[in-house]
Design a protein around this ligand. Structure first.
Ligand code: FES
Length: 161
């Protein structure tokens, strides 16, 4: 049986230690380590933050401030599907803020949070290079463009399983 996505195992910590050792003592190592840690664990819980801080010999507060500054890092387990709403200029001008607000209402979460059923995480993104389709959102690898708030329930339904 395959392991649940968010379970934290010793094996994952061993992988994290390998990554930490690779970047230890190198300038600018924190972001690549956190990026790898998120790939390994799916998110960055407190224990992982501590391991990274101790491993790299930097204050935990520095690790935490980097995680909270970059929206690509998550402090909570991610949902099965990550929804990314583009808030780049072209999308913003075409109503991305309304799309985001409608999604928050539909899903009952704020940006950066995941739904209670673990199905969706709601994130904001920068320009994804599909400005001609603005406003745009992504769900995993899928891109939806020329959105209106009315289109959202049907789009979400495709992933509700
Ligand atoms: S600004 Fe949204 S895709 Fe470019």
């Amino acid at each position: 049986m395959s392991e649940p996505c968010c379970q934290i195992t010793d094996e994952k910590y061993l992988k994290l230690d390998e990554v930490i050792n690779q970047y230890k003592g190198k300038a600018g190592g924190l972001i690549p380590v956190l990026h790898q840690a998120q790939l390994i664990f799916g998110y960055l819980p407190k224990d992982v933050q501590i391991r990274v801080a101790e491993g790299l010999g930097i204050p935990l507060s520095e690790v935490y401030s980097v995680i909270t500054f970059y929206s690509l890092f998550s402090l909570q387990p991610r949902g099965k599907h990550t929804i990314g709403v583009c808030l780049g200029t072209a999308c913003y001008v075409k109503g991305a803020a309304e799309i985001l607000q409608a999604l928050e209402e539909n899903l009952g979460v704020k940006v950066g949070e995941s739904t209670e059923d673990g199905l969706f995480s709601l994130m904001q993104t920068r320009c994804i290079g599909a400005c001609g389709l603005a406003p745009v959102l992504t769900i995993g690898e899928d891109v939806y463009g020329r959105l209106t708030p009315e289109m959202l329930p049907d789009i979400l339904k495709r992933y509700e399983q």
